[in-house]
Design a binder for this molecule. Structure first.
Ligand code: DLL
Length: 431
């Protein structure tokens, strides 16, 4: 089922709508935010130069730092009396980036999240166990409201308290799990330890997972261990929160709700637009936001776009699952690596679990990479020789696939600290 027929409209119609909405958004930011007025002036452009969506490349970029510089509410285009909700991004350093929503913005957020849930096959007969964190993070409330909009029963369980999550999922008959993929795996691990039988004790049929880069291997693992359909949701607070795009049951690509969020792919170094199919930094312009319209926001996320038709009948542009972040990219002695690539290699090596941590340090002038990986619970290791063999295998695979020399340490199952939100995969001691 498709929530809104616009999701399957002809491309020409969508482009027309995008042009109309871009013109309105540009006029709005130019007249209401001195920040954008100054940026337009610097580039010697006015709203009159924007006549259609094709003119978008004339517009300036917006960066995370711009939001920080106007902390907390400096880029809002409505008085606070019209703001009904504030969230902030899960930044790790400095002040968070703060975002606000009018009533109409909230309606749009609910609408796109209803599209997400419908894409995941969720309806009023479902029980959605929502284990994304509630609070300033957009995950909890974003996944909550959309589920209510499609009429499902929502269990607002939030993150943490893993044993309790297992109990509630069983007792309340959850049919859908909404959480980060790493937390979904952790819940499964705790459930298995408690002796639960996945087939008889749970009614789960699908999951709506996102908020962190995730390898194909980890997705398959989540889907296999729970025996469910894996749907990926992507989004970021600066644009709306979760609900920018989602994958349907036909492929891993994510349908972007481009009637509200216009995506471009650029070369992160030069800012030049890249063609469909090529990986680069995702840039998004909000087309309908009222409180905090954003022009060409540099997401820092690496992905590519494709316009090939999808079997589900949706016609909007699709994005590849994010492979990493521009700023998350690890550079080891000159070689660029994303944690998700390391994860993929681990997933293809026998005997290893997907609980790992990458520790980067420097010895002299050289970067050193240590990877802690938990061995699988069910593997029978009788000798040190066998452990050595697995270690050699993974080191060899990392070297031949990613060209990185690593020191792998195999550790006991469950010895790496678990996250209840976004997984902490990298500890960079060089910084
Ligand atoms: O993480 C919104 C969200 C909540 C998305 C729940 C999906 C589910 P922020 O905290 O602002 O918002 O972080 C945004 O998280 O730029 C990506 O780097 C990363 N991210 C979000 N979804 C995905 C995904 C939420 N499906 C940042 N795959 C983004 C990979 C993702 N990375």
């Amino acid at each position: 089922m498709i929530w809104n027929q616009i999701e399957s409209s002809p491309q020409e119609e969508i482009i027309k709508l995008q042009s109309k909405r871009l013109i309105e958004t540009v006029q709005r930011v130019y007249s209401l935010t001195p920040f954008y007025k100054n940026k337009f002036d610097e580039l010697k452009i006015t709203p009159n130069d924007i006549k259609s969506i094709d003119d978008i490349s004339k517009l300036p970029f917006t960066k995370k730092q711009d939001l920080r510089d106007h902390y907390p509410f400096g880029l809002f285009t409505v008085p606070m009396s019209e703001i009904v909700r504030v969230h902030s991004s899960s930044g790790t350093t400095g002040k968070p980036t703060v975002v606000g929503y009018t009533k109409k913005d909230m309606d749009i957020w609910d609408e796109v999240m209803a599209r997400v849930y419908t894409m995941a096959g969720v309806n009023q007969d479902d029980v959605v166990h929502n284990a994304y964190g509630y609070g300033l993070f957009t995950g909890g409330l974003g996944l909550h409201n959309g589920a209510e909009k499609v009429g499902a029963t929502v269990i607002p369980s939030s993150g943490g308290f893993t044993e309790r999550q297992v109990m509630l999922m069983k007792d309340f008959g959850a049919t859908v799990l909404a959480s980060t993929p790493s937390f979904a795996l952790h819940i499964a691990e705790v459930a298995a330890k408690s002796g639960a039988c996945f087939k008889n004790d749970f009614k789960l049929k699908a999951g709506v997972f996102g908020a962190e880069p995730t390898s194909k291997g980890l997705k398959e693992e989540v889907s296999k261990v729970w025996g469910i359909d894996y749907h990926e949701v992507y989004g970021l607070s600066e644009i709306i929160g979760p609900g920018v795009s989602c994958s349907c049951k036909h492929s891993e690509l994510l349908h972007v709700f481009e009637d509200h969020f216009y995506p471009e792919i650029i070369d992160p170094k030069t800012g030049e637009a890249l063609p469909d199919g090529q990986r680069g930094e995702l840039v998004i312009t909000s087309l309908t936001k009222q409180a905090l319209p954003i022009i060409r926001y540099k997401t820092g996320d690496i992905t590519s776009l494709t316009r090939t038709p999808c079997k589900c009948g949706r016609t909007m542009v699709r994005m590849e699952s994010v492979v990493g972040r521009v700023d998350d990219m690890i550079i080891i002695n000159g070689v660029n690596v994303y944690p998700s690539q390391v994860e993929h290699v681990i997933s293809e090596t026998d005997g290893l679990s997907l609980n790992y941590q990458i520790i980067i340090d420097k010895k002299g002038h050289l970067d050193q990479l240590e990877i802690l990986i938990e061995i699988n619970d069910d593997i029978m290791i009788d000798s040190i020789g066998e452990i050595e063999k697995i270690k050699k295998d993974i080191q060899h695979n990392l070297l031949t696939n990613l060209y990185i020399k690593t020191n792998v340490k195999l550790v006991e199952p469950r010895s790496i600290e678990r996250s209840v939100g976004k997984a902490v995969r990298i500890v960079d001691k060089r910084k």
